[in-house]
Design a protein around this ligand. Structure first.
Ligand code: SAM
Length: 221
């Protein structure tokens, strides 16, 4: 994603009450923040937010948290949310936003506090020496295992086949996860594609003719 410094981003995020300002202060208390006992699902690298905002509208009984490390990118998601708030149907009340790096997940969520993690079109980091930065690397999988309960899932979509093959291998090698579903052509796989919500990148790359791969990893008991 191309990044531009947007000077007003910090001010807009600061003023938006759905952007949680001190995420670590909420550890073990996310249900209090949402004022219900519904499951919490997160998307890491939410980009401009289309995927998570649509999920939140469709599933009012699930709490959603969108995580993005760049304020200039999170701004786009928050602006979409604010536009929805001004529309007649209104914005969903079951969504919050965090501007943070996914490496901090265990400081922000207690063990088992999150039931599902979505990773969509994560940055590929093609150089081998940067493999640890990939959000599906064993380093990140071990962080996800800390915050998911047994049976909790990670769902990953990408059109980048080398990244997908790497991710499949990392899941197969993981002591924490088992592979629970896999397709190399999501949009032609009726079972895996059921209820699929397209992200901004997914729309762009599938329109260009790229097949979308998806895997589901489930945390072992
Ligand atoms: N998920 C969106 C989509 O499918 O349209 C955006 C995909 S974009 C290629 C990847 C996003 O992940 C970027 O906005 C990037 O800033 C974010 N990201 C990458 N590494 C991250 C990390 N460690 N923590 C939080 N966000 C991250």
């Amino acid at each position: 994603m191309r990044l531009r410094n947007i000077p007003r981003a910090e001010g807009v995020l600061e003023a938006c009450k759905e952007v949680v300002k001190n995420p670590a202060g909420q550890k073990s208390r996310w249900h209090e923040l949402f004022q219900n006992q519904n499951p919490v699902h997160i998307e890491i690298g939410m980009g401009k937010g289309q995927f998570l905002l649509t999920l939140a509208e469709r599933n009012p009984d699930i709490n959603y948290i969108g995580i993005e490390r760049y304020s200039s990118v999170l701004l786009r998601a928050v602006e979409k949310f604010q536009l929805l708030s001004e529309s007649p149907k209104g914005a969903p009340s079951n969504i919050r936003f965090l501007c943070m790096d996914a490496r901090e997940l265990p400081e922000v969520f207690a063990p088992g506090e999150i039931e599902k993690i979505y990773l969509n079109f994560s940055d590929p980091w093609p150089k081998a020496r940067h493999a640890r930065r990939r959000l599906t690397s064993r380093e990140f999988l071990s962080l996800y295992a800390k915050v998911l309960p047994p049976g909790g899932t990670v769902e990953f979509k990408t059109d980048n086949r080398p990244l997908f093959d790497f991710s499949e291998e990392e899941v197969r090698e993981s002591p924490f996860f088992t592979l629970d579903g896999l397709t190399y052509d999501l949009h032609r796989d009726a079972g895996m594609n059921q209820g699929n919500i397209m992200t901004e990148y997914e729309e762009k790359f599938s329109a260009a003719g790229n097949a979308i791969c998806k895997l589901i990893a489930r945390k072992s008991p």
